[in-house]
Design a protein around this ligand. Structure first.
Ligand SMILES: Nc1nc2c(c(=O)[nH]1)N[C@@H](CN(C=O)c1ccc(C(=O)N[C@@H](CCC(=O)O)C(=O)O)cc1)CN2
Length: 290
């Protein structure tokens, strides 16, 4: 049976490491602040946002909440973005995705001040990632890499098959994994891939992020591979991942869902916020010549 990659315990370890950094900032009268922007009343999104505010309380980060109705206009939403860009109490913020269909998501993300992009999903942050320049990293891909690192699973030279090309996970993960610091070889599978199972069977690490329940079966996985289940679907109201149960008998390591990458996404969000506050503090000191 596969060894489980415990995202919850790893998230707790990341939080424990953030606490002294938050205390060090507090000694300089800086309290990092995370704001969330939630549009509409999707229960899953409400749940994710609630958990982010709980995480803030656990780590000592101030949390700011903006909740808007599902029929909010583009202009009203953008006014909230402008307000958060200008709010000194907000070190970083996220706009919970997905947004309602009538909203131009790209325009909203493009309006986020890059210095406050806690999600790493603003076009300028993704562009900087492509260019190999420093930028906040998208939380789920960063969480996947951090989880593997903490379990000593090597990426350099590994063949990683990523299933799913969404911006929040698959496409951004491909960018992160092919940086020189990770040096993995990536196959990005999507709905146009002729034979997904043939691609994943060649991989040392499989990341299932398609949002298709139980898409990855034991036939998709080579013996001893590492499998991370990232996709989320609700089947009869029950959270169901992309990885079928029998995979645990073939894989050497399995990041379960729930309990794997989800908590790591939250851990990386808080890390991005603390880093944003540290950067802002560094800039203030530099401007004073300190
Ligand atoms: N602006 C963003 N929107 C969304 C993102 C994102 O990274 N940025 N990702 C997802 C939702 N998400 C964070 O926002 C998220 C998903 C899952 C979890 C999590 O901890 N899940 C638990 C299970 C929770 C449950 O039972 O439903 C787990 O995996 O153990 C945290 C955050 C889409 N939107």
């Amino acid at each position: 049976m596969a060894t489980l990659l415990d995202g919850k315990a790893t998230k707790d370890a990341v939080f424990a490491e953030l606490e002294p950094r938050v205390s060090a900032l507090a000694e300089q009268d800086v309290v990092p602040g995370l704001a969330t922007v939630l549009v509409g009343d999707d229960p899953a999104s409400q749940n994710y946002v609630r958990s982010k505010h709980r995480d803030c309380a656990a780590v000592g980060v101030r949390s700011i909440s903006r909740e808007l109705p599902a029929d909010v206009s583009q202009a009203q939403l953008e006014a909230v973005i402008d307000e958060l860009n200008a709010d000194p109490a907000c070190s970083g913020y996220i706009v919970q995705l997905p947004l309602p269909e009538h909203i131009d998501t790209g325009a909203v993300l493009a309006r986020i001040d890059p210095a406050k992009d806690a999600d790493g999903l603003a076009p300028s942050s993704l562009g900087r990632l492509v260019l190999g320049e420093p930028a906040p990293l998208p939380c789920t891909p960063r969480g996947i890499i951090e989880l593997l690192r903490r379990y000593d699973i090597p990426l350099a030279g590994a063949h990683v098959a990523v299933v799913g090309r969404g911006i929040t996970v698959g496409r951004a993960l491909g960018l992160l994994l092919t940086r020189k610091s990770e040096n993995a070889t990536v196959t990005l599978c999507h709905t146009g891939t002729r034979d997904v199972a043939a691609e994943t069977r060649r991989a040392d690490i499989v990341v299932a992020a398609a949002g298709v329940p139980h898409l990855v079966t034991p036939d998709h996985v080579k013996s001893g591979a590492v499998v991370l289940d990232v996709g989320v679907s609700r089947v009869d109201g029950v959270l169901t991942g992309d990885v079928a149960p029998g995979v645990a008998e073939v894989a050497a390591y399995l990041s379960p869902n729930p309990g794997g990458v989800g908590p790591m996404t939250r851990a990386m969000l808080l890390t991005n916020v603390v880093e944003a506050a540290e950067r802002a503090r560094g800039q203030v000191l530099a401007s004073r010549g300190a």
